[in-house]
Design a protein around this ligand. Structure first.
Ligand SMILES: C[S@@+](CC[C@H](N)C(=O)[O-])C[C@H]1O[C@@H](n2cnc3c(N)ncnc32)[C@H](O)[C@@H]1O
Length: 218
């Protein structure tokens, strides 16, 4: 069992569920880049981990030169690893990796509204459905009409939590572009489009509360 979020990332080396999830997330990021109109593409990643989903996609994508991204992550070791990858890819002028609290609106100022918002490994770490609805409401600060939202939600104890997420997204006015379950059958990965208007100022300074712990990560 991982003792912290840095160790949790080691599970990518052994867990088919996480490996398949990463593959689908990268597929959706590549799709969103392909669909983006000519010109700059702004991306934010909320609770970015070491950024392997975005950075692994940008390693070999024709639109990489158009990307301006901000990744926000609390664990300094993960941020350090991400920054090493950014240097290696020669993307230091385009990608900022902030070691900070992704739940705080101030950490996105200057990087939003984004064209692509990555919220992977987040929805399963919220207290309940009300907190998910609050986070989706607060995406109005990070997003604008047409923004792609890429998300994941694991299942546990036979409960298909990703189905509840899809229902809440539908009720909150998001349009589903694609949804896949990993072939392990217990991890949902979705891509939706934001259909509401951007809020130039955040509705709340704290956008959500991340209450999960790595030992129970979903
Ligand atoms: C389940 S992991 C997902 C990481 C990455 N998005 C992925 O899918 O590989 C959750 C991440 O959220 C980070 N995290 C937890 N609370 C946070 C906060 N308040 N601000 C920023 N990052 C946070 C953890 O350190 C961890 O890297």
């Amino acid at each position: 069992m991982p003792k912290d979020w840095y160790e949790w990332h080691d599970l990518y080396n052994t867990e088919p569920k996480l490996q398949q999830r990463l593959e689908i997330v990268r597929e959706y990021i590549a799709y969103s880049l392909n669909e983006s109109p000519a010109g700059a593409i702004r991306i934010v990643s909320v609770c970015a981990g070491d950024g392997r989903d975005l950075l692994g996609t940008l390693e070999n994508h024709p639109r990489t030169k158009d990307v301006y991204a901000r990744l926000v992550e609390l664990n300094s070791n993960l941020v350090e690893r991400g920054r090493v990858t950014i240097e290696y890819l020669g993307l230091a002028n385009q990608i900022e990796f902030i070691n900070g609290d992704a739940t705080i609106a101030a950490n996105y100022i200057g990087a939003v509204p984004a064209d692509i918002v990555i919220v992977c490994g987040v929805f399963g770490n919220l207290a309940d459905e009300a907190e998910l609805r609050r986070l989706l409401e607060n995406l109005s600060f990070l997003s604008k009409q047409g923004t792609f939202i890429i998300w994941t939600r694991g299942h546990s104890n036979g409960i298909p939590y990703s189905e509840s997420v899809r229902k809440v997204l539908h009720e909150s006015g998001f349009e589903e572009v694609n949804f896949k379950l990993t072939s392990t059958g217990d991890m949902g990965v979705g891509i939706h489009r934001y259909r509401n208007e951007n809020s130039p100022a955040p509705k709340e300074q704290q956008l959500f509360v991340f209450s999960g712990i790595p030992i129970n990560a979903r």
